[in-house]
Each structure stands twice: as C-alpha cells, then as structure tokens.
Design a protein around this ligand. Structure first.
Ligand code: GDP
Length: 308
C-alpha cells in the first residue's frame, strides 16, 4: 500500500502516471480540503473532485479543474439571471457537486467521496484530509482575502503577507493509512496551501517520521511550475526553491525528487535529506508522468530490499 498526499494540480498529474504503474487498489490518496466551501448552493471540494476526475480519466487537463468537454449552460444562465458565479462550474461537474452535497449532508464527506469514487469505477481509496470545515484567510497588501477571492477575483496578484487556517480534525483512516503504507509520496503540490494543511493534522507529522517519505518538488528553479506557491512560501519565510521545500519536510523526508534544472542544488539538499533524485519533473505528457512514477516506485522497492 502506498499513500499519496495531494492537492489539485501537480499531484494529480503524477497520479496519472502512478495509476499506470501500480495497481490502483494499492493507492490511498489523502486530499487537501482547505479550500472547500459552498458556491451557488453546492459544496465545492475542488481538489477532491480533481482527484476523482483524474482517477476516472475525466479531468479537464487544460485547467486541472472540472470535467473535460463539459458544457456551461447553467453557469451562463445564472450569469444572465444576475447571479454570476465566482467559480466556472460546468454542467456535468455541477451534477457531481450536487450529488456530493446531498451525500455529504446525509453521510459526511468521507462516505460521499467513497460512494462517488465507486460510481466512477475508481479502485483507489480517496480520503478527504478532514470532514470539518476549514477557515482560511490570506493576509495581503490590499487586506484580508478569502482564498477563492485571492485566487480568482484577484488572480493571485496581491502581495501575500501571511496565511492563517483553522485547526481541524483528521478524517478517520488517515493516520492508519500512513502508518500501514510502505511509503508516503508527497506529490508536487503547493507546499503551503495543499500539503501543510495535511501535515498540520494531529498525528500526521509523527506518523510520517515512522514511514519512508518521498517528495517531488513543485518548485523548479526559482519558481512554481504553476500557481502562487512562491508567494505563499515567501510569506512564511521559506526559501522559494526545492531546498525550501525540503527544509519544510526535513523532519520526515527520506528522498526528494528535483528537476534536472536544479542539479546545482544537490549538495545543499544532501545536507537536509538522505537521498536526492534528479530527473525531469515537468509533467507535460504521459511519458514523463509514468517515468517519474516509476522512479518513485523504484526508490520504494530499493528501500524495501534494504539497498537504499
Ligand atoms: P492546487 O490545489 O490547484 O493549488 O494544486 P496543487 O497544490 O496540487 O499544485 C500546485 C503546484 O503544482 C504548484 O506549486 C506547481 O508548481 C506544481 N506543479 C504543477 N505542475 C507541475 C509539474 O509538472 N511538475 C512539478 N514538479 N510541479 C508541478
């Protein structure tokens, strides 16, 4: 069993490679829920839905959000009616979200995800990091912003000064999943808004210390491959580089995978992490995704054989 910690863009790309290489039944994916909220009356758990659609081969890879080839009839009609939405929710995607809202209100988010994963023919376990609602505030140079306002309305433009999120309870199954896995993969997701919320859950940090942990750096060179990770890292005084990523995870990290472009950081990284692996981490096609997944699986197998 392998556990993957995921946000909603970088790690899903890696999952596309992983699911070709390992039996999906052997994967448990713990997904960030920091940004979950209600929009137009439906519960939006963007990262969970991205992981569901990715594992079901339905994801819209142009934006890593929603269903490919979806239509936007409801979204456009809502705009005509004067109740435009901050998020562009497609029609098929909206159906998923309506069902999830109903299931969640009846059974909780974990069960809702289990039912939807089963409906989509997904064999991996997909666990929300928490079933509680998180409160997140982005403190910026133009004031305190809600996460989605920062991301969509302000296009991640403001300077970020600080980030605050409320403490929530880990979803049941998370700690057991980490402890019973032969390895945990921290995908190349935003270290601050996707991974740190999972790491901050009671028991996760300690469980990771007792497990073999491989992380793929989402920072290549001096910036994020996409999205505002650099702004968030800077705000928390973390160096914007794979060294900064490694230092955030160093308490439990066994192997960091960095991009060819960052080869010059190897000796610096070796002072923080036991093993540094260098390869192409820009997942622009399935070949790169599978290759990266294979390198991770090989490192886990070596660890098992004691050749590490
Ligand atoms: P979010 O939930 O949409 O913010 O997405 P994630 O947190 O999962 O992913 C965002 C991070 O993925 C960003 O920091 C990017 O730098 C990283 N990322 C996206 N694509 C790639 C890629 O192909 N390779 C690597 N190494 N990182 C990537």
């Amino acid at each position: 069993m392998i556990t993957v910690l995921s946000g909603g863009t970088g790690t899903p790309k890696l999952l596309q490679g992983l699911k070709e290489i390992v039996n999906p039944k052997d994967l448990t994916i713990i997904v960030n829920t920091l940004e979950n909220d209600y929009f137009s009356g439906v519960y939006v758990s963007a990262d969970i839905d991205t992981v569901l659609y990715t594992m079901a081969d339905m994801i819209n890879e142009d934006v890593w959000y929603g269903v490919k080839d979806d239509t936007f009839i409801t979204h456009e009609r809502l705009e005509e009616l004067g109740c435009g939405e901050l998020l562009r929710i497609g029609d098929i995607d909206r159906a998923t979200k309506i069902q999830k809202t109903q299931l969640m209100e009846e059974y909780g988010l974990l069960k809702a995800c289990e039912i939807q994963a089963k409906n989509m023919g997904i064999e991996s376990r997909i666990i929300p990091m928490s079933q509680d609602q998180t409160d997140i505030k982005i403190i910026t140079d133009i004031g305190e912003l809600e996460f989605h306002d920062f991301l969509i309305k302000y296009q991640s433009m403001p300077e970020v000064l600080d980030i605050e999120f409320s403490k929530v309870k880990p979803c049941e199954g998370i700690i057991d999943s980490i402890r019973n896995s032969e390895a945990v993969i921290i995908g190349p997701s935003n270290p601050i808004t996707s991974i740190l919320p999972i790491l901050s859950l009671d028991g996760v940090w300690d469980a990771l210390k007792d497990t073999y942990v491989v992380a793929v750096s989402p920072i290549v060179g001096s910036g994020a491959v996409s999205g505002p990770a650099n702004k968030f890292m800077k705000a928390l005084d973390i160096e914007v580089s794979s060294v900064g990523v490694a230092s955030l995870y160093q308490d439990f990290l066994d192997n960091i995978i960095i991009d060819n472009e960052d080869e010059n950081l190897k000796s610096k990284l070796n002072q923080i992490v036991n093993k540094v692996t260098i390869t192409n981490t820009i997942m622009s096609n399935l070949g790169v995704k599978k290759n990266l997944a294979q390198i991770i699986i090989d490192s886990i197998s070596l660890k098992k054989r004691g050749d590490y």
